[in-house]
Design a protein around this ligand. Structure first.
Ligand code: SF4
Length: 473
């Protein structure tokens, strides 16, 4: 699910793939939106490169521009429409894909075409083939594809040492604040053998951290009734526990991390915790609770809203005491009373969520929640968000303080000056882009250097806000 992720914009760097020679047509690519959109971009870029197109980060000189859009919140819609306008102004030949492409405008028809009638083609999300068909129509496929120039892992938009692995598309839920199911459809799980094959290729290519994503990771396999697939000739069930077990097996020889996102607190998630306690999968769960009061959760139509989440968290921590939980919440949902909001604050204090984000409710065009009574004034929604974040910060800071003195494994993301002047990394408790970081001091030993994409052991010497400071040892 989107869970109000910060929107990221990525323009394809030609440096991420070997440059093709000759006069192959060039496609400029802009990727907006959440990690799910990013993996769609990677699939399209991979196909473009496989067919011999050049990819570029520059509108000028490109034969065509593809813009992968986000349509979740109004700011994302605006950014996407602005980007399309910019590409049209600077290049003129633009294909649009992604969530905004599926969005209807006033009176029917596609919103993108209503605002920008000059775009050449528009597709919805997860539509690699439809995008490629449109590309072929407007810029014919080069005669001699440079198949050997495409890495086995496809083209990635993330740094070389971490990668998102999408295990399913769409969602069977109908949360009232969300329009994702209308944009991406019902849950479709990817075949388990294919997912594991991708994971292995990523580890073999040097990926040290695999981030499992979907709209609803706990539901993996529900649509295919957990059918048995095959990987390396062995049967594997299309089910979260089996997938995580095999991912842990694949990661182990590389010493790599497997991190789970968008996990709803269903009872069967309990079965994953022993894998975390055993170090097979990172003891980190991204669980989008969104609220804690049963009535608000009912109005939101949230999955797992009937679960006793405090008890579940306690059980998880009993099985795996190092567990770090990240979550997102919405303050000021329509009809939220002060008492209901106070329940949310109490939950936050008791649940001791390590990493929490909170958004003031904001109506999304086409969402069912817009019809709910009791829309709160903007200042109330903002004020509740600020109150929530103050509590969340107290919890998070206190938890980080307890790490001072601990020895942690840190994955290095940046290391200037050949790693002799320190750097920045993340521990198992920090997912890229959304959590804190570990600031690494210059190593004391002259022989020690930090290398991007490699692990280092480090002793935590201080906590600063949401980040840690550590000395590599
Ligand atoms: S409907 Fe609910 S569970 Fe599904 S993507 Fe939207 S917010 Fe996530």
């Amino acid at each position: 699910m989107p869970e109000n992720r910060a929107m990221t914009a990525t323009v394809a760097e030609s440096a991420t793939v070997p440059a093709a020679t000759g006069k192959a047509p060039t496609v400029a690519f802009v990727s907006l939106g959440c990690p799910k959109a990013l993996t769609d971009s990677e699939l399209i870029l991979t196909q473009l490169r496989a067919e011999g197109y050049e990819t570029s980060n520059d509108y000028d000189g490109a034969d065509l521009v593809v813009v992968n859009t986000c349509g979740f919140i109004d700011d994302a819609v605006k950014e996407s429409l602005d980007t399309i306008g910019e590409a049209l102004a600077q290049n003129g030949r633009v294909i649009v894909t992604g969530c905004l492409g599926a969005k209807a405008g006033e009176g029917g028809g596609k919103l993108v075409q209503q605002v920008h009638p000059k775009v050449l083609a528009v597709t919805g999300p997860h539509a690699t083939q439809a995008v490629m068909d449109a590309v072929h129509r407007h810029v014919p496929r080069p005669h001699d594809p440079f198949m050997d120039l495409v890495p086995a892992t496809g083209v990635k938009l993330t740094p070389r040492h971490y990668a998102y692995l999408k295990i399913s598309e769409g969602c069977n839920h109908r949360c009232t604040f969300c329009i994702i199911p209308s944009l991406r459809g019902d849950l479709v799980s990817r075949p388990v053998g294919e997912v594991l094959g991708d994971a292995r290729a990523l580890f073999e290519s040097g990926v040290k951290e695999l981030l499992v994503i979907s709209q609803d990771t706990s539901a993996y396999g529900v649509d295919v009734k957990y059918r048995t697939g095959f990987f390396d000739g062995q049967p594997v069930k299309t089910r979260l526990l089996d997938l995580c077990t095999r991912l842990g097996d694949l990661a182990a020889p590389f010493g790599a991390w497997v991190r789970l996102h968008y996990v709803y607190p269903y009872p069967h998630v309990d079965d994953i915790l022993p894998l975390m306690a055993a170090g097979r999968v990172l003891p980190y769960l991204d669980v989008p609770f969104q609220h804690a009061h049963p009535e608000v959760l009912k109005r939101m139509k949230r999955p797992a809203s009937g679960e006793r989440n405090l008890e579940r968290l306690a059980r998880w921590r009993e099985i795996c005491p190092e567990l770090v939980v990240r979550s997102t919440f919405i303050a000021g949902f329509p009809g939220e009373t002060e008492a209901e909001f106070e329940t949310l604050l109490d939950f936050m204090r008791e649940a001791r969520i390590d990493r929490a984000g909170c958004f003031a409710y904001s109506p999304v065009q086409g969402a069912a929640a817009n019809e709910l009574p009791g829309m709160l004034p903007q200042e109330v929604r903002e004020e509740r968000r600020a109150r929530f974040m103050a509590v969340a910060e107290q919890v998070s800071v206190a938890k980080l303080q307890r790490r001072v003195g601990a020895l942690m494994q840190v994955l290095v993301d940046h290391a200037p000056a050949l790693g002799r002047k320190g750097g920045v990394g993340r521990s198992y408790a920090d997912a890229p882009e959304i959590d804190g970081q570990v600031r690494l001091l210059p190593p004391e030993k002259a022989s020690k250097t930090l290398k991007v994409g490699e692990f280092t052991r480090a002793r935590v010497v201080a906590a600063e806000g949401h980040d840690l400071v550590a000395m590599p040892i």
